[in-house]
Ligand binder design. Structure first.
Ligand SMILES: Nc1ncnc2c1ncn2[C@@H]1O[C@H](COP(=O)(O)OP(=O)(O)OP(=O)(O)O)[C@@H](O)[C@H]1O
Length: 257
């Protein structure tokens, strides 16, 4: 299903955090939202998963304006994996993953066979099945990130939004988590800081700077030396990945633009 953000605007304390943002993510596409710290990425994403109500604009999932749907319906359509989605109750891993089914369940209804198999498969896929009985408060940051992703996947959403899903992950798990995004089923909008991983994981990138969309397109169209210098204030050399052709940025610590 398509995610369409139209003319999104968020103001807080008289300051415009997101300004007239419009972007589309086509069904099954993976789009990366990148930009410097404080450029409004998380604020925009929060409007998509309804943690924040925008002052202007709409967020549509398919034909529906998400802001007009009952909360249960929008939770069936949109799953979020976020930094503030951390679980602070001492649930087990298995229980937290099963919470992903909540928007589809009635009351305290027990999970059926299909749901239990779905949870087991997600834990297997993310390499956390051996942690099933562990309390989430005892997990490392990276283990917890993978639990939160498993919870989002078992929600079987149409739209999956992720805010820095590779935070805390070692390089192997960064690659693994991002490789799960393509072809996973849902349409994906993901905030990433690592531009090289973003180029490898995303079909298209949207660049935010000071709350405004300043570039969008394929990673090769967007990640130019000029853009990286202008938006991030960093001198980088862009080279094609020798195997995939994706643009990859090489940084020199001793040169600034
Ligand atoms: N509730 C709030 N009240 C005041 N200012 C806020 C609030 N939420 C966000 N901001 C400010 O809005 C700006 C954008 O924040 P946001 O978290 O969206 O940026 P970001 O691009 O996700 O940043 P980062 O890469 O550092 O995570 C920042 O300057 C932040 O301090």
């Amino acid at each position: 299903m398509e995610l369409r953000i139209e003319g999104l605007g968020v103001d807080i304390d008289g300051r415009s955090l997101v300004h007239d943002l419009s972007l589309d993510v086509r069904g099954g596409e993976v789009v990366g939202l990148v930009g410097p710290n404080g450029s409004g990425k998380s604020t925009a994403l929060r409007c998509v998963y309804r943690a924040l109500r925008q002052d202007r604009g709409t967020v549509r999932v398919g034909a529906d304006d998400i802001g007009r749907l009952p909360m249960r319906r929008s939770a069936q359509l949109v799953a979020a994996m976020t930094q503030d989605g951390a679980v602070d109750l001492d649930f087990t891993v298995e229980e937290v993953v099963a919470l992903g089914r909540a928007p589809h369940q009635r009351g305290n209804q027990a999970l059926g066979e299909r749901e239990r198999a779905l949870c087991a498969r997600a834990m297997e896929r993310l390499g956390i099945h051996h942690l099933a009985g562990r309390g989430v408060l005892t997990l490392s940051g990276g283990e917890r990130q993978r639990v939160l992703l498993a919870r989002a996947l078992v929600q079987e959403p149409e739209i999956l939004v992720l805010d820095e899903p590779t935070n805390h992950l070692d390089v192997r798990h960064q690659v693994e988590v991002l490789s799960h995004l393509r072809g996973a089923g849902p349409t994906v909008l993901v905030v990433l800081h690592d531009l090289n991983l973003a180029a490898a994981a995303c079909d298209r990138l949207c660049v935010l700077s000071q709350g405004r969309l300043v570039a969008s397109g394929t990673p090769s169209e967007v990640l130019t030396e000029e853009l990286v210098a202008e938006v991030f204030g960093v001198r980088a050399t862009v080279v094609p990945h020798p195997l995939t052709g994706d643009p990859q940025l090489l940084y020199s610590l001793h040169h600034t633009p």
